[in-house]
Design a protein around this ligand. Structure first.
Ligand code: TYD
Ligand code: MG
Length: 458
């Protein structure tokens, strides 16, 4: 039998190589490849078709314990979780350092503990004094949260076996945890996977809600193996610009609810405050029109959020390569839109610097933003302001057509509610949702019609 080949697993992304290399070919991290046990060669003796125990089947509607959600009492967190916490579920909370993960979880832990349910908060990163200081700053130091600084999973699980199961267990963070039955330093693939496995098993067996904090790498993935995302029931991402006040909690995966709802918070002196009506947050709040600014009615789950898109075009005299700087939107998408504006509408951006900013530190992911970005770019290029009371939405195709988007009626209704009087969007916008409630709606078929409208008659 051929000798199984050695394999090397990247400790950052989990990809497998058959020879050692200094740099991982997948995620381009350096010195992350480590030798792993060889892959099993399957043969007759691995046949699993007999010798096991029979597995019980149940009907889908069989009576039994139902998974009841418990609400935390922080409305925005409950909303992002799809209604609250499900006992026995494992939640992974990712986010940039300093974004407020520990703050949010400490606030949630305090809320649950004050409601009378036991909560254990284990910090592997900070000393208990630091966490206590944060708790007193948040005004929750009187909550009966059981706080500990520990990194050994065996110590944690042994302690929990002794004191009884909590309603919620917070592990801050999974990258600092260590299992003595696995080789390797904390944070390596094997350790992260092994520790998470043990903790999740404990949570499932005892009906405990487990929250794991996970670090995020430079490119926004949860550090350590992606496999962690498969092991947990819910993956949440806490986002925002650190220099701005607003934070958005998104669920990227949820086995118990929808994934498109968001929770909106503002970081204040006493921790994170809930923002229950975010629709106006990301508008700069001025009345007079300004060239290069367009309002986009974004949709986050079922909630419309109006966002201001700002563009600045600077013509270059010299032949230097022009810059494209972009905050809050996808740079590939901007390049595509500029290319479509150039080739289908005859505009020239190639000798100009293009700056694009989404106001308020918001990050746009909705593809319906294309038309608003195009409107801002054309308005900036032509130095023609758009009406401050208009909203723009629609997806732009490579052929320069404006494609229909979801929930146009909801976008228009919310815009009207907030005092906007004109909407521009795809011509397929459902009749009946158009022109409803006195908002004037203009269908735009092609990107070139948008250019004519802005450059020609405004
Ligand atoms: P933290 O929860 O420690 O972030 P993470 O766990 O995601 O790394 O949040 C740290 C930041 O939040 C820090 O830069 C200070 C700020 N902050 C406030 O502005 N107000 C507060 O009341 C608290 C507790 C933190
Ligand atoms: Mg932290």
């Amino acid at each position: 039998m051929a000798k199984p080949k050695k394999r090397y697993v990247c400790q950052a992304c989990g990809s497998v190589s058959h020879r050692w290399q200094g740099q991982c070919p997948d995620c381009a991290e350096w010195n992350t490849l480590a030798e792993d046990a060889p892959a099993t060669v399957f043969s007759q003796k691995h046949d699993l078709s007999s010798g096991g125990r029979a597995v019980d089947f149940v009907a889908l509607d069989a009576p039994g314990e139902s998974l009841e959600r418990r609400s935390i009492g922080l409305k925005e967190l409950d909303r992002a979780l799809g209604g609250g916490l499900v006992p026995g579920s494992a939640i992974l909370m990712g986010g940039d350092p300093g974004i407020g993960k520990s703050t949010l979880l400490l606030q949630a832990a305090a809320k649950i503990a004050k409601g009378g349910d036991p909560v254990v908060y284990v910090s592997g990163e900070e000393a208990t004094a630091q966490v206590r200081m944060r708790a007193s700053r948040l005004g929750v130091a009187d909550a009966p949260v059981k706080l500990a600084a520990a990194t050994s999973v065996r110590d944690i699980l042994t302690t929990l076996a002794g004191i009884g199961k909590p309603a919620m267990l917070v592990i801050d963070s999974i990258q600092t945890m260590h299992s003595d039955s696995i080789e390797g330093a904390p944070g390596t693939v094997g350790q992260v996977r092994g520790c998470a496995f043990e903790l999740i098993r404990y949570a499932k067996e005892n009906g405990v809600v487990l929250v794991l904090v996970g670090h995020v790498t430079k490119d926004g993935n949860i550090a350590g193996p992606r496999v962690l995302e498969h092991m947990v029931d819910v993956v949440m991402s806490f986002e925002g610009e650190r220099s701005h006040q607003y934070r958005i909690l998104r669920s990227l995966k949820n086995r118990f609810g929808p994934v498109d709802e968001i929770g909106v918070f503002a970081m204040a002196g006493q921790g994170l405050e809930e923002v229950s009506n975010p629709s106006m947050l990301f508008l700069s709040g001025r009345d007079e029109p300004l060239a290069g600014s367009a309002v986009f009615p974004a949709l986050e789950g079922t909630r419309p959020v109006l966002v201001e898109v700002q563009a600045l075009i600077v013509r270059l005299q010299s032949g230097a390569t022009p810059r494209r700087a972009i905050v809050g939107w996808d740079s590939g998408r901007l390049a595509m839109l500029l290319a479509v504006l150039e080739s289908r509408c005859g505009l020239n951006f190639s000798s100009a610097e293009v700056y694009l900013n989404i106001a308020g530190g918001y990050r746009l992911t909705d593809p319906a933003a294309d038309l608003a970005v195009a409107a801002a770019l054309v308005s900036a290029l032509a130095d023609k302001p758009l009406s401050a009371k208009s909203v723009w939405f629609g997806e732009v195709s490579l052929a320069g057509e404006i494609r229909p988007v979801a929930h146009s009626g909801l976008r228009l209704r919310e815009s009207h509610k907030l005092g906007f009087d004109t909407g521009y969007g795809p011509s397929e916008t459902q009749p009946g949702t158009r022109n409803s409630e006195q908002l004037e709606f203009h269908a735009i078929k092609q990107l070139v019609n948008l250019v004519d409208r802005i450059v020609g008659n405004q």
